[in-house]
Design a binder for this molecule. Structure first.
Ligand code: PEP
Ligand code: MN
Length: 377
């Protein structure tokens, strides 16, 4: 059961004390409070864990400070919308807003390689007015003989360069709990010139200990990537691990699923699931066209398949795009053949903005059509 307090109710004020006093008569119930910064207001939610079936919802709903009481199903307790009873949850990190209404492009190399390449990337992004990047210091590779990333040694100079070019958030994959601490420490030592969104990669989509580690810290938001061989339900359940540990600043990312039915693409593009995730959960949704398509083939219409896949995600309402770029793809130590180049950046952004604008118009069109349906002349 979730008790949602009226906006801006003080979580340590008299209404909450009164509520907790009332609930203390049910000794098997544990409570947990969480503050949710919605798109326009701050709300406090009180989670009741235990046998809640005998707690009278109507009595609680009438208590001072209570906005509503929601009985939750066992599925996706914290990230779920519970049949539309709960609104989305947005969050702000390092000055950047994330919600089911916002839109950001996170671009950059698959892996950090040289300071020159990283600086060229950030410089091009600054020129384009972009403040959200991607790049990995820790890389899980299919072959043990491939480059596994520079690890913590590159973090200080990557963060300093990011600060120099006004990059606010870098999506960075972590493979073990210790990597979170290393990122924390490097940010501390460099004076927090930028921020990090911890990325849980598809290969760790069911690494429950890592999910718990990302969930039990509150400093960094988490980009959870769908498991390449998991059903959507299995991935959403895994994602719930992060929230259940206390961190609900999560973005859910689609990146294609593994099946030979997607050939010649690297994975089968699953971006038709964008609206499904928005309906089932309260989380913003990201799409990764690069790892879905996995190559730079161009269609006869002049557009790269990566552009087409990006457009499919955006037109369906994606809130974030994770896309690989490299200033010299031929020198990249990981995933060079699928990286877009800096020469392609302006074209990519113009195409993305065109599609996003069309999505906003589609949403307005739908609102007008629904209004007419509900208010027939
Ligand atoms: C990545 O984004 O760098 C990556 C490795 O993606 P995925 O985990 O989706 O394969
Ligand atoms: Mn990659």
């Amino acid at each position: 059961m979730i008790i949602i307090l009226k906006p801006d109710t003080d979580p340590s004020g008299p209404e909450m004390t009164n509520l907790l006093d009332y609930l203390s008569q049910f000794p098997d119930i544990k409570t947990r409070t969480s503050g949710v910064r919605g798109t326009s207001r701050v709300v406090t939610e009180l989670y009741l864990i235990g046998p809640t079936h005998h707690i009278p919802t109507e009595t609680i709903a009438r208590m001072p400070g209570v906005e509503k009481v929601v009985r939750v199903s066992s599925k996706y307790r914290q990230i779920g919308r519970h049949g539309g009873q709960l609104d989305q949850i947005g969050f702000t990190y390092n000055g950047v807003d994330f919600s089911q209404d916002t839109f950001h492009v996170f671009m950059g190399p698959c892996a950090v390689d040289t300071p020159e390449h990283v600086e060229a990337m950030f410089r091009a992004m600054k020129t384009a007015g972009l403040t959200t990047a991607r790049m990995g210091a820790y890389k899980p590779r299919t072959s043990p003989y491939d480059f596994q990333g520079h690890g913590k040694s590159c973090l200080p100079w990557v963060f300093e360069l990011a600060g120099k070019y006004g990059i606010k958030v870098i999506a960075m994959e972590v493979l073990r709990a210790i990597h979170i601490e290393e990122i924390q420490q490097a940010l501390e030592e460099t004076g927090h010139p930028t921020g990090v969104m911890l990325q849980i990669g598809t290969r760790n989509a069911q690494n429950f200990e890592l999910l718990k580690a990302a969930g039990s810290q509150q400093e960094f938001p988490v980009l959870y990537k769908r498991g390449m061989g998991l059903t959507l339900e299995e991935s959403l359940n895994a994602c719930e691990y992060i929230a259940s540990e206390g961190n609900r600043n999560i973005v859910f990312c689609l990146r294609g699923v593994k099946t030979r039915l997607g050939d010649p693409h690297r994975n089968l593009v699953d971006f038709a699931h964008v609206p499904v995730i928005k309906r089932l959960t309260r989380l913003p949704v990201c799409v990764d066209p690069t790892h879905s398509v996995g190559g730079k083939d161009r269609a006869p219409d002049g557009l790269l398949d990566i552009f087409h896949a990006s457009a499919q995600g955006i037109i369906a309402g994606a809130n974030m795009i994770l896309v690989e770029f490299h200033p010299r793809p031929e020198l990249a130590l990981c995933d060079g053949p699928q990286a877009l180049t800096l020469q392609e950046l302006d074209h990519f952004m113009a195409d993305v903005e065109l599609v996003r604008k069309t999505y906003i118009e589609r949403k307005e069109l739908a609102a007008r059509a629904l209004f007419k349906e509900w208010h027939p002349a």
